[in-house]
Design a binder for this molecule. Structure first.
Ligand code: CAA
Length: 262
């Protein structure tokens, strides 16, 4: 890959591994262009299909998770061109196909498409240096990778309108108060914390992890009654897994569960 780095962590004693994808376009604060998004989609799908991987972390640099879509690559584009080539939709939505958990570990700027990409992950762990915002309005456009839909769902209408209409940034503390990020940690501890969270997830049974993620995402797509019916169907199906027998037996016999992930 030219615009990102990948690595595998953990996997001791047969445990599932954590895949780390690091966005790497340092000259442009990880601005997101087509080659980068194509590579990101490819890496995500490869790790999702890899049976030895249980969780994926998406991160950037100390200075920027990503400072948005690449403005230089967008500046001269015309309507029919972006419409016909399905700009953004074509390669930005791949992450939605990933069934394993994806944690965003965010330090520095997560602006525009960078904030939107972080919001497409399952949860966000932020360094105290993180800054979130949707500044598109300042360059004559508006968010175009789901920001107008995911931000209000994450932080409510008032704050989402404030950020999208004024283009201001919010720091990690405000983002945590608003519910955009799940934890804030000192910048130097960001990867340690994200890897620890991922290792916890990798220790659980894969069926429970995949189904829990699927059900939580369903909450944003459907009615309460339909969502609960969906949850109940998958919940019942878990009684057909080895992990359910193992997890409950381990609890009752006061030992550590040894999940087989199937
Ligand atoms: N696209 C292309 N290049 C970018 C970029 C972007 N989104 N963000 C930063 N860069 C480049 C800069 O042009 C600069 O390159 P040069 O050194 O070649 O001049 C380099 O990265 C470093 O940036 P700065 O010198 O600007 O660094 P700074 O510390 O002074 O400022 C910043 C940092 C506040 C993040 C500022 O770079 C900035 O405002 N960036 C743009 C943020 C933005 O508007 N994002 C939204 C993009 S639109 C979008 O994302 C649409 C969508 O919804 C999908």
């Amino acid at each position: 890959f030219e615009n990102l780095m990948t690595a595998l962590h953990g996997g001791e004693d047969g445990a599932l591994k954590t895949a780390v994808i690091t966005l790497h376009r340092p000259k442009a604060l990880n601005a997101l262009n087509d080659p980068l998004m194509d590579e990101l989609g490819e890496a995500l799908l490869a790790f999702d299909a890899d049976d030895s991987v249980g969780c994926i972390i998406l991160t950037g640099s100390e200075r920027a998770f990503a400072a948005g879509a690449d403005i230089a690559a967008m500046a001269k584009r015309e309507f029919m061109d972006v419409y016909r080539t399905q700009f953004i939709t074509r390669n930005w939505e791949t992450i939605r196909k990933v069934r394993k958990p994806v944690i965003a570990a965010v330090a520095g700027f997560a602006l525009g498409g960078g904030c939107e990409l972080a919001m497409m992950c399952d949860f966000i762990i932020a360094a105290d240096s993180a800054k979130f915002g949707q500044p598109e309005i300042k360059i004559g456009i508006m968010p175009g990778a789901g920001g107008t839909q995911r931000l209000p769902r994450a932080i409510g209408k008032s704050k989402a309108m404030d950020l999208i209409l004024t283009g201001r940034m919010m720091d990690a503390q405000e983002a945590e108060r608003a519910g955009l990020v799940s934890r804030v940690v000192p910048a130097e501890k960001l990867m340690e914390e994200a890897l620890a969270a991922a290792a916890v997830i990798c220790g659980f049974g894969l069926p429970s992890v995949l189904m829990a993620k699927d059900c939580v995402n369903r909450a944003f797509e459907t009615t309460l009654t339909e969502g609960i019916a969906y949850e109940r169907g998958l919940f019942h199906s878990m009684f057909a897994t080895e992990d359910q027998k193992e997890g409950m037996d381990a609890f009752l016999t006061k030992r550590k569960a040894n999940f087989k992930h199937r």
